[in-house]
Design a protein around this ligand. Structure first.
Ligand code: MN
Ligand code: MN
Length: 453
């Protein structure tokens, strides 16, 4: 028995075989995240993966049997994976893995298109907690869907293919930035300045807004949509950047939307790869970044409905089943950043490449808004990970008074289910390009495998 608890760098300890497994697993993740920039994209990519593992579609009310492997797509923005195990669900409960698949971004307003000085722009309304100054002067891609007057939908993706155009938000040149430089980071770029450059060629012989008219002409030609169709649309601008390795040694991965696809991917791959007698539910939730609201967020009744369907199928008491269930709320934590040591408390921070982070509690100030897992459950999970060779570390977000945050854990815990936060540490969380360690990503996969086993 080790007398002291010490964080250990996985790369320093890993065998040659483990190093190969870490790097191979990262390739699968990079392919996934490149296809999963929005929650709609992530639903599609994860359902495709599930189908390749024998999962079939399920709708609320359908029968469920032992051995079933099902997926339930909720409004194209949220998905549940269900694996019906053979063990007694009332006595042993079910095992729930929950991550979210929405990420901060620039949504288009519902009346987005306007023209100014012979240039056409989209107005945006940012989604989630962004630092606005980070979203200027970088290539952006348009993702989403528009519902037309006849009720049909058209999917739009522009900016991901090398031959596509990209979109852009401007910033000031340093030569004229003297006054802007005096502003705080929070004020330097304002929400109403996050306008997307979408056109610059006017149609000929038209007096009013000829550039906007040309953009509308192109949208109609390519997608069969008119301006009013943009009102019933979800269109969003995300960085037109692909996942890339970082550093000479390729220890890390940079990508848009690690928060929280870097937990979603190990969650579902572990669930698909680890057969067992447990009943397992994998949730990929929408709207975490705006408070888990709405019918596709974690506060929706749908998870509870699924639990009731499972209990009914197994003729089990659902209240007893919930009481005996447990959940890993899989969301990213903040990685300690040596560039900004002032906001971290080293002993209780997630150190990069030391394993995914268990967080007993999240929240702000005096743990406000936190789930705060009971010590008995923390002990159970710690021992489970240790017994299965899953590397982990204990962490909280940062210094107590530096800020705070929370995620879906509290909404699942409210159902009377033991829940703890666990996730991959991220550098520059919510920036257009975030960084994670491949070793931590793989440790999350191993931990989720232990949980499903
Ligand atoms: Mn998150
Ligand atoms: Mn987040």
């Amino acid at each position: 028995m080790e007398l002291k608890y010490e964080k250990k760098n996985i790369y320093a300890e890993a065998s040659e075989e483990e190093m190969q497994a870490i790097f191979a697993y990262a390739e699968g993740y990079k392919a996934f995240i490149n296809q999963a920039k929005t929650e709609r994209d992530a639903v599609k990519a994860s359902v495709a993966l599930a189908k390749s593992h024998g999962y079939t579609e399920y709708k609320i009310g359908d029968p469920l049997h032992i051995g079933d492997k099902k997926y339930l797509v909720n409004r194209n923005k949220n998905v549940f994976f269900i694996r019906m195990g053979s063990e007694d669900v009332a006595e042993n409960g079910v095992r729930i893995l929950a991550a979210h698949i929405d990420s901060p971004r620039l949504d288009l307003k519902q009346v987005p298109l306007y023209e100014k000085n012979d240039l056409a722009f989209f107005k945006t309304h940012y989604y989630g907690g962004i630092r606005k100054y980070q979203w200027t002067a970088l290539p952006l891609a348009l993702h989403g869907v528009a519902i037309k007057a006849d009720g049909t939908s058209v999917e739009i993706t522009v900016g991901e293919d090398e031959s596509d155009p990209v979109f852009y938000v401007s910033d000031l040149l340093p030569h004229l930035g003297a006054k802007q430089n005096q502003k705080t980071l929070a004020e330097g770029i304002e929400a109403e300045q996050l306008n997307i450059w979408v056109g610059g060629i006017p149609v000929k012989n038209k007096e009013k807004n000829p550039v906007k008219a040309n953009v509308l002409r192109i949208l109609h030609e390519k997608y069969g949509i008119c301006e009013e169709d943009l009102i019933s649309a979800e269109l969003t601008m995300v960085p037109a950047l692909k996942a890339r390795d970082v550093g000479f040694d390729r220890a890390q991965i940079a990508a848009y939307g690690h928060d929280d696809k870097v937990c979603a991917y190990p969650e579902i791959t572990a669930m698909f790869d680890t057969p067992s007698e447990h009943t397992v539910i994998g949730v990929l939730a929408d709207k975490e970044e705006i408070g888990s609201e709405g019918a596709t967020g974690m506060q929706s009744a749908l998870l509870n409905d699924i639990l009731e369907e499972i209990a009914a199928a197994r003729k089990a008491n659902v209240r007893k089943m919930r009481y005996n269930s447990m959940c890993l709320s899989a969301d990213v934590s903040a990685a300690y950043d040596p560039n900004f040591p002032e906001v971290f408390e080293e002993n209780n921070s997630a150190m990069l490449s030391c394993g995914s982070a268990l967080c007993k509690f999240t929240g702000s100030r005096g743990k406000s808004g936190s789930n705060d897992a009971v010590a008995e459950f923390v002990g159970y999970i710690r021992n489970l990970f240790n017994a299965n060779g899953a590397r982990w570390q204990m962490a909280e977000l940062g210094k107590v008074d530096a800020g705070g945050g929370g995620t879906v854990a509290k909404f699942i815990a409210k159902l009377n289910i033991d829940t703890i936060d666990f996730g991959v540490p991220v550098v520059s969380m919510h920036a257009p390009y975030e960084v994670v360690s491949k070793a931590d990503l793989y440790s999350a996969y191993k931990a989720f495998c232990a949980f499903c086993k």
